[in-house]
Write a protein that binds this ligand. Structure first.
Ligand SMILES: *Cc1c(COP(=O)(O)O)cnc(C)c1O
Length: 428
């Protein structure tokens, strides 16, 4: 595979952007090798600046569940663009998308659109603090909720990938308001409420962790956290920026029958354009300005292009839910288990965690039930696997601590090709 154009573009990018990127994990530091520059994408395939084709298993980090340049989404964006890209005034499209989201999420009685997942979680936490009059927030090790100051403590995604404990530039006064606990351990949550009575405003979690690699909630864990937060007067914020519309039409809330106080969404709800959502019980949401004292705003919030892409995506998922989620489950199971079998055949310790169309192949004997387990993975072996797959035209998320995704555009032939590539990569 020739990468001359990508290498030249990377050299130029390094003169413009720290590390040559606008988001750190894109730089491939964790897996080695040079990141291809994407020229265009269609369906399940990414095409780079040198004309190489890759089967895409990161889907823009989640949003592209219907594949790239899905015609109904492209047409919706084109139609909206002809009417002007932004007004800074309300449009019908915001209500159209909101009604579709609310139909899938009974817990969301009121919502606000923002432009990223980071903004959604940041706003949800401000609201939880205002509603409870408390300051502390409980999160879990390896969970990533965007890059707001208080949420980077023991965060997953790039923070885990680069092995940094949090982030420089976050004052300890702010970091100290965040308590990071091990995932899947109800006793730790109980102990936190006992240690800090009447001080915890909210517990925020990924209902299926994606940002430490894929980690599934143990039986009864989410219901247990729900019960404890209610008992102790703290809000439960379920961060479904990744899992929303991914693990099921109603996300993890539907899959695990969860009734949180607040939910955050992003990624898929924007259909590839920048959208975040925070929403939940009306008694909390009505505390936002202009009804209440909690300030939150956005020049491009509810942007008409973003609403159009989100509406085309969520609308398609809703109208074809049975066939879409059955296909995603079957195809993801086939590729995740197919590669796991190749690893077993090659006597390579591998633990596969999967919920629907999100999964991770951890290079460890496992099991992987929390961040500490995930961190035992052989990241050098993952890096070799990643490079060998990329060389064969399969682009996996470039870190052991990220989830892989699949779209409705991935064919059985793509899956067979991926498993064959994995066989060669694992035996190499
Ligand atoms: C991606 C992600 C975010 C952050 O969303 P951005 O749009 O990147 O700011 C927050 N929470 C979870 C669970 C995510 O996966």
């Amino acid at each position: 595979m020739n990468h001359d154009r990508s290498l030249a573009l990377q050299a130029r990018a390094e003169q413009c952007f720290p590390g040559g990127v606008n988001s750190p994990v894109r730089a491939f530091r964790a897996v080695g090798g040079a990141p291809p520059f994407v020229e265009h994408a269609e369906g399940a395939y990414l095409f780079d600046a040198d004309g190489n084709r890759y089967i895409d298993y990161f889907g823009s980090w989640g949003p592209m569940i219907l594949g790239h340049a899905f015609p109904p989404v492209v047409e919706a964006i084109e139609r909206a663009a002809r009417k002007s890209a932004s007004f800074g005034a309300s449009t019908a499209s915001e209500g159209d998308l909101a009604e579709r989201i609310a139909a899938c999420y009974p817990a969301i009685e009121r919502m606000r659109f923002v432009s990223s997942g980071t903004e959604a979680t940041m706003s949800a936490i401000r609201l939880a603090r205002a509603a409870t009059g408390r300051k502390m927030v409980v999160k879990f090790e390896g969970c990533y909720h965007g890059h707001a100051d208080g949420l980077l403590v023991k965060a997953g995604s790039g923070v885990a990938t680069f092995g940094i404990p949090g982030s420089a530039g976050v004052p300890e006064e702010i970091a100290h308001l965040t308590l990071a606990l091990p995932y899947n351990e109800l006793a730790a949550v109980e102990a936190a409420f006992a240690a800090y009575p009447d001080a915890i405003a909210a517990v925020i979690l990924e209902p299926v962790v994606g940002n430490a690699g894929c980690i599934t909630p143990e039986e009864g864990y989410l219901a247990g956290v729900r019960k404890l937060t209610a008992q102790h007067g703290a809000l439960l914020i379920v961060d479904e920026v990744m899992t929303g519309f991914r693990v099921a039409l109603g996300g993890a809330c539907a899959l695990y029958s969860l009734d949180p106080d607040l939910v955050t969404l992003g990624k898929i709800v924007g259909g590839g354009l920048p959208v975040g959502v925070f929403g939940g019980k009306r008694r909390f949401m009505d505390q936002l300005a202009p009804l209440g004292p909690v300030y939150q705003a956005g020049t491009l919030s509810g942007n008409p292009l973003a609403m159009a892409a989100g509406l085309a995506t969520v609308g398609y998922l809703q109208e074809h839910a049975a066939e879409v989620y059955a296909r995603l489950e079957a195809a993801s199971g086939a590729v995740a288990e197919g590669v796991a079998r190749e690893a077993a055949g090659a006597k390579i310790p591998l633990t596969t965690n999967r919920v629907g169309a999100m999964w991770t192949w951890f290079f460890t004997g496992g099991p992987v039930t929390n961040y500490e387990d995930a961190a035992r993975s052989d990241t050098a072996a993952f890096g070799r696997f990643h490079r060998a797959m990329l060389d064969q035209g399969v682009w996996l998320p470039p870190s052991q601590f990220e989830a892989a995704f699949l779209s409705t555009a991935h064919t059985d032939a793509d899956i067979a090709a991926t498993i064959a590539a994995a066989r060669r990569a694992l035996l190499a």
